[in-house]
Design a protein around this ligand. Structure first.
Ligand code: GLU
Length: 506
């Protein structure tokens, strides 16, 4: 019988969730939904020294913002809990004992100094079959001595006993079969008495097994751990239900070689975190996609295509379309360049496609920050609709459409020089009169009347219209002039022209 698809996203709360981690979570979610499976969020917090307050909330908030739903987890509950590793100590203790009893693991007392000395003595020292016979462990010490030292409270670790010279096969849905020789592996520490906690490897394998995880979908950086994990499943006698491995391609720098880093983002001006992060220790603030004005659906779409392609030329895809089309066959083995400009392009596309009212709601916080109040949602929606074609980020709507919300304080010098001549004030005075006389300010009607007046008087169309624009907008930019004046109260329009006459001529 086919196994029920159960996948997990298993972040460690050691800081803000990186955008690569978000991509991993997304692929897990998409795969789960595609197969009617379960998506688990497991918090891997066994490394207490690296714990960062706020990181777990940050993970939850990020996934929620992006629409990556969780079926089982710390907040959601579920039949396989607890979903936080620090609450599963008893389970790990019991499993460590199982390995010790079966002779698959052993206790080691070597102090940091002793390990240091061994490293100094033997070049490329590795704790393994070739060296464990001369170290301080339960394989070399008499049983009573081991008992005595544990009873006396000596600190120890439990190490996995790796048999050398074995071919270990890792089956990966993207990479195929990868074989390594067990001799290159060291006897990994599985448990530390000092904090009564397992290490990542043991906790991860035990939990994947107990939570009946069917597919382990994670970043390529975990591929080197996979052979060890295969051996652990075997040592527990769980090989038959071992999850299928899938190691996703790395996210690479947009330019140059190597892994994407926060520094790349700082240098080129894009976030590497989903949400803004306030570091609790240093107080440093790191930019986030949400606060930088990205639409969550665009971020999802952009990330989905970093390492996967739909096999055709579709680009803009909803979550449901991604779920319908996704397959590991179309995932690449090699790393995916983090083309942040493509991310901007996606955001632009999503903003354009979004109903103006929705986009206006996203724009409201920007207006608030600028101290702008008193505009109806309908007004904001119409303004946003007129300028969104020129915006990549929600914040760009301000640069493009600020004049809808406040009168210009300055006038672009270059445009003044080109468009504001000696008789412009007189013509603008006349224009005020013309506008005052127009009852129906809808775009086409106002345009017809104003252009008629220009023609009748033999004025220069470009000069008059640009001076008009300069007065209302502050520069020769923006959407169709009569669309602007249809939306803005007429009084505001004529006030601005008066102010321009007074200010520019001074
Ligand atoms: N806790 C690991 C991490 O932080 C999980 C790796 C895995 O998925 O096995 O990414």
């Amino acid at each position: 019988m086919e196994r029920k698809v159960r996948v997990r996203f298993a972040p460690s709360p050691t800081g803000p969730l990186h955008i690569g981690g978000v991509r991993t979570a997304l692929y897990n979610y998409i795969f789960a939904r595609q197969h009617g499976g379960d998506m688990i969020l497991r918090i891997e917090d066994t490394d207490s020294r690296r714990f960062v307050p706020g990181a777990e909330d940050y993970i939850n908030e990020s996934l929620a913002w992006l629409g990556i739903g969780i079926d089982e987890g710390v907040r959601e509950g579920g039949a396989y809990g607890p979903y936080k590793q620090s609450e599963r100590r008893d389970i790990y203790r019991e499993h460590v004992k199982m390995l010790l009893d079966a002779g698959k693991a052993y206790i080691a007392f070597d102090t940091p100094e002793e390990l240091e000395a061994a490293r100094a003595e033997t070049p490329n020292f590795q704790y393994d079959a070739s060296t464990r016979g001369r170290m301080n462990n339960s394989l070399t010490l008499p049983a009573e001595e081991v008992e005595r030292r544990i009873a006396a409270g000596d600190q120890y670790v439990v190490r996995f006993l790796i048999e050398p010279g074995r071919e270990v096969k890792v089956n990966d849905l993207i990479r195929g079969e990868v074989t390594i020789n067990s001799s290159i592996l060291d006897d990994k520490v599985l448990y530390k008495s000092a904090d009564d906690l397992p290490t990542y490897h043991l906790a991860n394998i035990v939990d994947d097994h107990l939570m009946e995880v069917s597919h382990v979908i994670r970043g390529e950086e975990w591929l080197p751990s996979a052979p060890l994990h295969v051996l652990l499943y075997e040592a527990f006698g769980w090989s038959d239900t071992m999850p299928q491995f899938v190691h996703l391609p790395l996210l690479l720098k947009p330019v140059g070689n190597g892994k994407l880093s926060k520094r790349d983002g700082d240098k080129l001006g894009f976030p590497v975190f989903p949400l803004e992060w306030h570091d609790p220790k240093s107080g440093e603030i790191s930019a986030g996609y949400r606060e930088n004005g990205y639409v969550p659906e665009a971020v999802v779409n952009f990330l989905a295509l970093l390492g996967w392609n739909p096999g055709d030329d579709s680009e803009v895809m909803s979550m449901q379309q991604l779920i319908d089309k996704f397959s590991f066959e179309h995932c690449s083995k090699s790393g995916a360049k983090f083309d942040y400009k493509k991310g901007l392009w996606f955001n632009h596309e999503y903003m354009i496609a979004m109903p103006d009212e929705e986009l206006a709601a996203l724009f409201m916080p920007v207006l608030e920050k600028k101290g702008v109040t008193g505009f109806t949602p309908e007004y904001v929606a119409k303004a946003v609709g007129m300028v969104k074609g020129r915006a990549n980020l929600v914040g760009d709507l301000w640069e493009q459409g600020d004049f809808f919300f406040k009168a210009p304080e300055t006038y672009a010098e270059k445009d003044v020089r080109k468009r504001w001549s000696e008789d412009t004030p007189r013509i603008m005075e006349e224009l005020i009169g013309v506008l005052d006389g127009i009852e129906d300010m809808t775009s086409a009607n106002a345009e017809k009347i104003v252009l008629g007046w220009i023609e009748e008087n033999g004025y220069h169309l470009g000069n008059v219209m640009n001076a008009f624009r300069l007065a209302v907008v502050g520069a020769c930019r923006g959407p169709h002039m009569f669309d602007i004046t249809e939306l803005m109260p007429k009084q505001e329009v004529t006030d601005r022209i008066r102010r321009a006459i007074a200010t520019i001529n001074r």
